[in-house]
Design a binder for this molecule. Structure first.
Ligand SMILES: Nc1ncnc2c1ncn2[C@@H]1O[C@H](COP(=O)(O)OP(=O)(O)OP(=O)(O)O)[C@@H](O)[C@H]1O
Length: 627
């Protein structure tokens, strides 16, 4: 029954197919969809060829049976009988072979289209602005790339190939039936609608139920994704929510079960009808044809051949009856994917964008206004700021003041709405993103490590670095010795499913990674999470060489960084409210002086900044003489 379109809806996720009230046939971008098949035109021609061949082979069998009944048996011709029986086997084999060929071609086309679509999706998604990722659930993105594209594969093979096959076999079979006997052919065609009408109804019901159970399944997956992750399960456990989460899961799970039960019931009904009608059809043909045979108006073999042809018609005709559901369902899937592909990339190279080359690192904010949503509240308001090459700038301010946002404008993760950010006099929007990113290194608060070896994680910054360069970076970040003590050293797997590094160790890996990249401009969001004083000293020692010889913009949470800064920029409510050195700002007695008293003054003061010191001696002992 693989030809029945109803069943081929099995793997669809729930595309938003609005039925009669939804998108119409004309709203579907057929041309664009066809474009994905164009590279496979030759293979498609092969599919059509094999379909025609398969249908012709399907016609031969009933004729051979007719020959056996009408000629070989009455004439007691053993040779003819053997020949015809042998031919039946041979045609069955041949049509099986054609089926395999067709399946192969189908898969090639389907997989090829999927391959292209997945690549196109991913290529597009990685270029999307940060905003897109902060606004979209990760699960949703995954679902588009995986489920929707996979569902499309079904659609591509089912809808395209089956529809073609069905149309061709219906045309050929009906033509043959008319050639054999037009009265019986007409009678068969009268019976067919009996079959089509209920199939259509069930098809529609089935489609809706499938959509529903897909939604339920998606709900269930979302719930699992949320609660069964490390952060989620931590929350569940510590808030003692295990029982209530289990309850929530059971409720959703029950809904899923009920939806699937109903779906399988509809399936049963469908099969019942199918069986009844597919027995009733031949019965009617035998009854009427039998009378013709009795009146010598027809041979017995022709009647038998007719019922065989009728049987061959059921599948294709019922599939064609549901072709609308199928085609619109696949069109909806394509439309959903197009929706993603059509989302503007927003931040991309302008035509004629220039390569910044190797910069000295002068950055200027000129009257910069920025907000996350058009019409929303300004997050940055009129920022004017000049950062000289090689300077260390500490951004301080209350939580939510806009420090992170400000720092994100430098690597152009966002563009200002008003004003401009310049690098060495170039508006950032006039330089190529790749040359800009080549000059900037970013260390975020939360260190992200790929599930790969430490070596791969470090080399991510500079894939062509030598072993010596990599180790030198690790030494400078005071992490080399620790790595060497691991059983697999630099080959230790880290990340989600790998070796768990402590917070301080991860930070030092992040620092080593950026040291290896050796950018002209460093953007560092110092971790707020308090480390023990031992790890803290390592981090500080690692930061020291990092700041040297490059422009550094640091969202500072460490007193030592602030004290070291050439310029402290105090942000409040999206504005620069104070600028200066520690001494100047303290003397002013403004916001900085207050923040200092609240946040920083109690941090261990008098951290050594350079030179031989108690810290370095301490590190030399603990780290075995690194650096
Ligand atoms: N992706 C976003 N979409 C919408 N609003 C955002 C987004 N990111 C930040 N904001 C808002 O912008 C404002 C500034 O946030 P930002 O992260 O820049 O502050 P911050 O000074 O770095 O704060 P903290 O020190 O707490 O990290 C906040 O009010 C925040 O809620």
């Amino acid at each position: 029954m693989e030809g029945t379109g109803v069943l081929s809806l099995r793997y669809y996720t729930a595309p938003d197919w609005g039925g009669k009230r939804g998108r119409g046939f004309r709203d579907v971008p057929w041309g664009r969809i066809a474009g994905y098949f164009r590279p496979y035109a030759l293979l498609l021609a092969g599919v059509i060829g094999s379909i025609v061949l398969g249908s012709l082979l399907g016609l031969v069998q009933p004729l051979l049976i007719r020959g056996i009944i009408d000629r070989a048996i009455p004439q007691r011709d053993m040779v003819l009988l053997s020949e015809l029986a042998g031919l039946i086997v041979a045609t069955a084999l041949a049509s099986a072979a054609v089926g395999v060929l067709q399946g192969y071609l189908n898969a090639r086309i389907g997989q090829g289209v999927m391959f292209d679509l997945r690549n196109e999706m991913y290529r597009h998604l990685v270029r999307m602005p940060l905003q897109f990722f902060t606004n979209t659930k990760t699960g949703e993105i995954m679902s588009r790339v995986n489920n929707d594209v996979n569902s499309l594969q079904m659609v591509v093979s089912d809808t395209v190939a089956n529809s073609l096959r069905n149309v061709i076999s219906v045309v050929i079979t009906v033509a043959t039936m008319f050639a054999l006997n037009w009265q019986l052919a007409l009678l068969s065609l009268v019976i067919l609608p009996l079959f089509i009408v209920p199939t259509r109804r069930v098809g529609r019901m089935n489609y809706n139920l499938r959509k529903r159970s897909q939604e339920k399944l998606a709900d269930l997956s979302a719930l699992m994704q949320e609660t069964l992750g490390v952060s989620g399960i931590l929350l569940v456990k510590t808030f003692n929510k295990e029982p209530s989460e289990v309850e929530r899961f059971e409720a959703k799970n029950r809904e899923l079960m009920e939806a699937q039960m109903r779906q399988s019931l509809v399936g049963r009904w469908f099969f019942m009808m199918l069986t009844t009608i597919s027995t009733a059809g031949p019965a009617i043909i035998y009854w009427y044809g039998g009378r013709l045979v009795m009146g010598d108006a027809m041979t017995l073999g022709t009647v038998v051949a007719f019922t065989a042809y009728l049987g061959q018609l059921y599948g294709p005709v019922s599939a064609l009856a549901n072709i609308h559901v199928n085609v619109m369902g696949s069109a909806a899937l394509f439309s959903r994917l197009f929706e993603y592909l059509d989302k503007p990339v927003e931040i991309e190279d302008r035509p004629g964008a220039v390569d910044v080359g190797r910069v000295r690192g002068q950055i200027q904010f000129e009257n910069v206004y920025f907000r996350y949503r058009p019409g929303g509240e300004w997050v940055l308001r009129g920022i004017d700021l000049t950062i000289e090459p090689g300077q260390l700038v500490a951004l301080v301010g209350p939580s939510g003041a806009g420090k992170t946002t400000l720092s994100y404008l430098i690597p152009r993760l966002y563009d200002p709405e008003v004003g401009r950010v310049t690098l060495e006099g170039h508006d950032l929007r006039d330089v190529t993103l790749s040359s800009l990113h080549g000059q900037i290194g970013v260390v975020t608060q939360e260190t992200f490590l790929f599930h790969a070896s430490l070596r791969d994680n470090l080399l991510y910054a500079k894939p062509d670095a030598t072993e010596e360069e990599m180790e030198a970076a690790a030494k400078a970040a005071y992490i080399h010795d620790m790595i060497q003590r691991l059983p697999d050293g630099y080959d230790t797997l880290v990340g989600e499913r790998g070796y768990k590094l402590s917070g301080g160790e991860k930070q030092r890996i992040a620092l080593a990674r950026v040291i290896l990249k050796n950018p002209r401009i460093l953007i560092l969001d110092e971790a707020t999470s308090a480390l023990d004083s031992h790890s803290e000293r390592y981090i500080q020692a690692a930061l020291q060489p990092l700041f040297q010889g490059r422009t550094s913009i640091v969202i500072a949470h460490r007193l030592s960084t602030i004290l070291r800064a050439d310029q402290i920029v105090v942000i409040d409510g999206g504005r620069v409210v104070e600028k200066g050195t520690h001494r100047e700002l303290l003397a002013r007695g403004g916001l900085y002086a207050r923040l200092y008293a609240e946040q920083f003054a109690d941090q261990e003061a008098g951290q050594p900044v350079d030179g031989e010191s108690a810290l370095e001696r301490d590190l030399n002992v603990a780290g075995g003489g690194q650096g």
